[in-house]
Design a protein around this ligand. Sequence first.
Ligand code: KG4
Ligand code: ZN
Length: 332
Amino acid sequence: MNVLGIETSCDETSAAIVTDGREIRANIIASQADLHARYGGVVPEVASRKHVERMLPVAQDALDAAGMTYRDLNAIAVTNRPGLLGALLVGVSYAKSLAYALDLPVVAVHHLEGHVYSNFLAAPDLIESFPLLVLIVSGGHTQIVRMDGHGQYTLLGRTRDDAAGEAFDKSARLLGLPYPGGPNVARLAEQGDPTRVAFPRALLGDSLDFSFSGLKTSIRTFMAKDNGQTRLPDVAASLQAAVVDVLVEKMRRAAHKTGIRTLCIAGGVAANRQLTTSMQKMADTNGCRLVVPAPILCTDNAAMIAAAGHFRLLSHAPDALSFDTLATSPMG
Ligand code: KG4
Ligand code: ZN
């Protein structure tokens, strides 16, 4: 089954074709990051307008890259929640029009469920490995989810304030680095000493919840007092270490509490090399298997949406064309 995936929930216009939920035939991603950088963050109206311009060419590029035509498609999967409403509407309107014109089934996919399924693209044998623990770390969300089967999720922990990606982005701004902050902090941190500044790690007792707002405040206070004396790469490495330590420790605790030994990470922050290296060490020490998707599958892309849609269609009827877009929505 060839599924066309569509993703426009934030500032990436993406179309992908995935065969049988595992083989990526094309995954075209048109990022708008440069466009939003001058504003220091995503401007919803600008994002929507760019999606309108790019949606059709990006979809055509995906078909060309896969060596297919619209007639080769068997189903369409599109992100309809959560995200920027105007941005989501572009992808959803396109997907519905195409489904109507070609008489194809369409499935509405939760964006975070898409992130989870990037792990199934990275390791197709995960299908035989339930239950799984998945750490979802993106710009808007940070949560640990237990997955007992396709579409079966239990939320074990979530952020009480900022998401991990948001912590990177906001801290980056305090350091004078451009949007998107995460990759820029990571790049600078490569030449820095992570032990130079002891930023706080909020562990919140034995809860699996997260809190990153204190870190942001601590960085703001530090930058004001330090007055440029500490090398910026050392500050970047120290703040990256503070975020990574908390994420790794919470996953260690989740594995210990649940006895689950297959760990996955997903979302834009999973593209962070320090996070994956530290998580791998923790997994090795605790006898766990760790799955990490390639960076291009961690940040927003439509291949993960096509994969999530594929597995949903195996057990559910397609969605009626009347489905809505939602700015916020819990997973599962
Ligand atoms: O999943 P994603 O592409 O979009 C959302 O669904 O939010 O995640 C974007 C987030 C941003 O906050 C960005 O700064 C962060 O992922 N990110 C990173 C890295 N690459 C992207 N954070 C740390 N290190 C990276 N290498
Ligand atoms: Zn995302």
